[in-house]
Design a protein around this ligand. Structure first.
Ligand SMILES: [Zn+2]
Length: 299
């Protein structure tokens, strides 16, 4: 159990005040030939992270890429929090009544789950009736898709792109990495990471904003560019292994860009606002494509 002290029960997190820096190292294997430019981080902060990480024994290795990350939250703590947060989400958001679409989300999600490196996951796939174009995968394999993203995913391969990308964030513990950094920078605390009910309101808000549940707390902490590219890389491989043509990922992101151009910008918490689409993302996907194609087994 990790306990960090310093935050009062009612201290809210202001996302505008959150530092965007991410300690980063270049991932190996999947992404080895790609530069990971992103938001900057000062040397002194990096040194501080290294010192604290070393002192706390808080370095972890990202599955699939081998990157070393700063992480104060163990996988079992993460799974437990994900499970609790999912119960809360299901209480607050209505599930879709569209049987066919719900079944499609389960079918596509299960195919991605079957090839994902997420030990001890207890998978769940829920389609929520919500106009926001959004999706998430909580630790422990709790996947939520909002009906508002289906017009953009368009078909099963498009949906596989989104689910594989979100599952990749979970596999790489990106939410825990973000939370750990924020806890450190802000001296946040009184956060007992094993139980949602024992968390301060500020810590709970941080948890939700870091794990893609911005809809519930009105704020989302975007992943760093490095985490986005890492999730794209892992997601592309999972998609291919699950039998979806990885080239479809590029087509999805182009549709997504088009949608964003015409309808985006209204919400600050959805997939559109937290996933920058630019040529750097497309170029990264295309560089990774030959490796993904090698693992593509059409069904
Ligand atoms: Zn992402």
């Amino acid at each position: 159990m990790v306990v960090i002290t310093g935050l009062g029960e009612n201290d809210a997190i202001d996302p505008a005040a959150l530092p965007s820096a991410k300690a980063r190292r270049k991932p190996r294997f999947l992404l080895e030939s790609h530069s990971m430019s992103g938001r900057g981080i000062g040397i002194s902060k990096l040194a501080a992270v290294a010192l604290v990480a070393g002192g706390l024994g808080a370095c972890a290795v990202v599955p699939e890429t081998g990157r070393t990350q700063f992480n104060l939250i163990s996988p079992s703590q993460e799974r437990s929090l994900g499970q609790q947060a999912f119960v809360d989400v299901r209480r607050k958001l209505a599930a879709s009544t569209d049987r066919n679409a719900t079944e499609m989300v389960r079918r596509v999600g299960q195919r991605i789950a079957d090839v994902a490196n997420l030990p001890q996951a207890k998978w769940d796939f829920v389609l929520f009736q919500n106009a926001e174009p959004n999706a998430f995968c909580l630790p422990g394999g709790k996947v939520g898709v909002y009906s508002g993203i289906l017009p953009i995913t368009k078909d099963e391969a498009g949906l596989a792109t989104v689910i594989a990308h979100e599952v990749a964030h979970a596999v790489a513990h990106h939410g825990a990495e973000q939370m750990s950094e924020q806890m450190l920078w802000q001296g946040l605390g009184t956060a007992v990471f094993s139980s949602l009910s024992q968390m301060s309101e500020g810590a709970r808000q941080l948890l939700y904003s870091a794990y893609g549940l911005g809809t519930l707390v009105g704020r989302t902490l975007p992943h760093s560019r490095m985490q986005e590219m890492e999730a794209d890389g892992i997601g592309l491989i999972y998609m291919a292994r699950a039998g979806y043509d990885p080239e479809e990922a590029v087509l999805f992101w182009r549709r997504f860009a088009e949608y964003k151009k015409t309808k985006g910008g209204a919400s600050k918490v959805d997939f559109l606002s937290t996933h920058p689409l630019d040529e750097q993302r497309i170029a990264n996907l295309q560089k990774l494509m030959p490796k993904a194609r090698l693992q593509y087994r059409p069904r």
